[in-house]
Design a protein around this ligand. Sequence first.
Ligand SMILES: [Fe+2]
Length: 290
Amino acid sequence: MATQLQQDSDLEFVSLSSAIGVEARGINLSAPLDDATGSALRQAWAENSILLVRNQDLTEEEQFTYARIYGDVAARIKPPVEKRAFRADPDNPMQMVTNELDDEGKPVGSLGDGEMWFHTDKCYVEKPHRASFLYAVEIPSEGGHTKFASLYNGYDQLPEALREKLEGRKVLQMYDYTKTEPGSLDQPLENLLHHWQPVFVTNPNTGRKAVYISRLMSMRIEGYSDDEGRDLINAVADIVEAEDNIYEHVWKPGDIIIWDNLSCLHARTDWPREQRRTLRRVTIEGEALI
Ligand SMILES: [Fe+2]
């Protein structure tokens, strides 16, 4: 149900699904926002994990201005300069998520094609990105959706026995995956970005707990063998990825979504390879997790 936020404002929030997500309506992000509106948007995002605004027409600079409402824009950790023939400035933190190729057949952006499993961004560094934004520029006629799963609900729905096994433990998050397969533990970790994070993370904005595990990037659970850890990770992922814990977004150009990397996972569905899909991605700096 829509709720009117302020009498003198057109801003209203409409739930996207019973599990996760909210849409803000009556707002133009290319114009400056007052403090009260910024604070209402931050609160809605933190409580609902993802916040959608439709029908926006944003320059890169306007997208950065909107992003700064939520925190400091993060630099890219490993900018793939070789893939960025389209961009003269290698320090630009804006990432083009696209399958577009240049005249020589080289990718002009990154994360090009295809399905990608549920994960959360930069979980494998000490201070993961707090939030990520996607702004839709060009969208295929079918597929290429982004799915979001609530890690708050995942925590709340853990069976008691599983919660006890994970309580107070850490999880090894690792950057060695393909889009649809976890990495290998059969190699020296020193060569890979990896970090031991708390399994249960308390959200700094809401005080709620979330279970910080994904099938794609979580690799070990502290105190268990590799096989036991994988079983625990899969048991959590089965709960988190349940259909009734997901909102699936069907993009239209002009949609912009910010999500909370501490309280949701995201995944994407496949689409016809010959169709172009381009979104502009920005991320927000985060802190060490508690
Ligand atoms: Fe991602």
